[in-house]
Design a binder for this molecule. Sequence first.
Ligand code: ATP
Length: 364
Amino acid sequence: MATVRLDNVRKVYPNGHVAVEEASFEVGDGELMVLVGPSGCGKTTLLRMIAGLETISAGTLSIGGRVVNEVAPKERDIAMVFQNYALYPHMNVAENLGFGLKLRGHPRAEIERRVREAACLLGLEARLDARPAALSGGQRQRVALGRALVRNPKVFLLDEPLSNLDAKLRLAMRVEIARLHRQLGATMVYVTHDQVEAMTLGQRIVVLDGGVIQQIDTPMALYERPANLFVACFLGSPAMNLLRGILQGDGSGLALATAHGRIALGEPPQAGSLGSWLGRELVLGLRPEDLQPADARRPARLEARLELPEPVGNEIFLNLRHGPLALVSRVPPQPLPEPGSMLALGFAPDRLHFFEADGGARIA
Ligand code: ATP
């Protein structure tokens, strides 16, 4: 296995479109790194540059310590799994799995052994004689993974490999990929636009927007300390609540003067570094699970009208209206007042996030 390292890698397409600005990060040996971001953010372009399927306009790409900018894809010792499985319809599973090795001239006995091993890892032993048309979506996806596995590459590159599967199968395959990763100790770069997939699979995540890396960290660190408003809103469902206002302060702590009233913020731990923001506009962020009906622990700080409770079984999303602003609170199952009722809501001061009103960078 190997590390993958990008130093100021940039991609400008021939039409002048800058798909990736200077990207720098390292995927550790055996690490599963997820690239996530909305459609068009440049994640596939980044992966294709690592694969060698796209030229690099500037910067350096190294795999296993060797600069590979000018190295052909087949010389990079990587294997790629795509969203469309591209299996050969006239070959059975065993032939599909072994085809890449056959092309490279490996001996038959070795091909058979490696195919058997991959089939065993992926639970495909009983389907080795089946043609792709006779397989379920999940089985086809496993064959596509298996084709990469038999190659025993230094690095696995996966581009939205689960997006053709239904929700239940996606979940099952996600667990399977995580298990495979652990079992193989393989270096993997995994592209998805799905933030839940990114959070559950990635050991670390690269968040991209508009071709620019927004933040790189572990899933929980990204969730707990998003570097800017984009990351704060992209990760987490329902998304973080945002309130814009002027920061105020008096003897009893900080407050946010919004267009719809004044919200007492208590004494957040960031208070020390917020001094220079007094009297200035900023954006307050509050995760739905941190905005709760007021109780002894979380005294009332703002009022909102309950518009629509959405029960999802183990919890309820309360869709609320504070003035014209939509807010969401996420609560355990409980009896609720009628829609249209006013609710007093509270939060703990240490659960607040603060962002610059211009540019959206995290404060403190
Ligand atoms: P998606 O999730 O929709 O696949 P992505 O994040 O993977 O999106 P890319 O496919 O990397 O995005 O594309 C990044 C940007 O580069 C997009 O704006 C896309 O339109 C543009 N782009 C991609 N390929 C080319 C090309 N060959 N020539 C010009 N622009 C391109």
